[in-house]
Design a protein around this ligand. Structure first.
Ligand code: PBG
Ligand code: ZN
Length: 333
């Protein structure tokens, strides 16, 4: 060996060696997606008898209560970890009363899923915006501002009702201050001390919720959610929100949206030892679909890459509209 070659071989590392074949790449892979970590959002509609497709969320529909059991069985067969339930009620009012109706769409769906399968965890989203006539996530004061403290009791009522129907986990997404404490104490005082709370602790006032608001019919009739959801530029404030929810008794923490907030997911993972969930929201899903439809990217590769990135950042639970397809893709790989 000449002196020159010897020196060159010492001056740089050959990373290509372990990338040479699919088998080697699989061997050294640092992040593995598993269908069991995926959560499928489901829109349960009390107003329809047949599924009604949601244009902005390709492959998703508002599901009537009588069909929810079938969908849950499919999710269980695919190996998915959980469903996350949102409800569209028969009627709405200023206080969002229907959120806590024991015969409402979410409690009915929980009972139907329990009957259909015991392999899925059932997570019930807790918020008022699908149930209020004005579309805000809480009740309003005379001046139109959110009445944080009056909202807490309604959220706690709703959580108690979902727990009573058999939800394993309640997931408050309203971003009211003090909601985790209020929900924890309502659950504990109604013998639901074993129902867990997954707090949407760091939920940003994002531009990426549009398709969801169409799907769940919950766009605010006036104003926006910036006075209660986090301001996108702020990460330290998100960590303070997360810490508050831990102190109030959250069992797991969510960051939302996911893809544009990987730094927040990573910071949450580093700081807290509770399970960290991330929500790949409707706009993240729809954007990939829209681009794929134009032939601008490959949907399967882009979807799996986006989910892998969310897991790599530190999320152990990923809520995604790709859940069913992704579980299938992962099985094929
Ligand atoms: C309502 C809620 C929203 C989402 C989940 N729960 C919308 C919002 O806050 O306006 C968004 C989810 C998505 O876009 O997929 N509390
Ligand atoms: Zn809401």
């Amino acid at each position: 060996m000449s002196l020159v070659t010897e020196r060159e071989s010492l001056t740089f590392a050959r990373f290509h060696r372990l990338r040479r074949t699919p088998a080697l790449r699989r061997l050294v892979r640092e992040t593995r997606l598993d269908p069991a970590m995926l959560v499928l959002p489901v829109f349960v509609d009390a107003r329809v008898d047949d599924p009604s497709p949601i244009a902005a969320l390709p492959g998703h529909a508002r599901v009537p209560i009588r069909k929810v059991g079938d969908l849950a069985a499919r999710a269980a067969d695919a190996g998915i970890g959980a469903v996350l339930l949102f409800g569209l009620p028969e009627s709405k009012d200023k206080r969002g009363t229907a959120a806590a109706d024991p015969l409402g769409p979410v409690p009915s769906a929980i009972r139907a899923i329990r009957d259909a399968t015991d392999e899925l965890a059932i997570v019930a989203d807790v918020c008022l915006c699908e149930y209020t006539s004005h579309g805000h996530c809480g009740v309003l004061r005379e001046d139109g501002a959110i009445d944080n403290d009056r909202t807490l009791e309604i959220l706690a009522d709703a959580a108690r009702v979902y727990a009573g129907a058999g939800a394993d986990v309640v997931a408050p997404s309203d971003m009211m201050d003090g909601r985790v404490a209020a929900i924890r104490s309502a659950l504990d005082s109604s013998s639901h001390e074993d129902t867990a709370i997954l707090a949407y602790a760091a939920k940003y006032a994002s531009s990426l919720y549009g398709p969801f608001r169409d799907a769940a019919d919950c766009a605010p009739a006036f104003g926006d959610r910036k006075a209660y959801q986090l301001d996108p530029p702020n990460r330290r404030e998100a960590l303070a929100e997360l810490a508050a929810d831990v102190a109030e008794g959250a069992d797991a923490l969510m960051v939302k949206p996911a893809g544009p907030y990987l730094d927040v997911i990573a910071a949450a993972r580093a700081r807290f030892d509770l399970p960290i969930a991330a929500y790949q929201v409707s706009g993240e899903y729809s954007a990939l679909h829209a681009a794929a439809q134009r032939g601008w990217l490959d949907l399967r590769r882009a979807a799996l890459e986006s989910l892998t990135a969310i897991a790599r950042a530190g999320a152990g639970i990923v809520v995604t509209y790709f859940a069913l397809e992704a579980a299938e893709w992962l099985r094929q790989r």
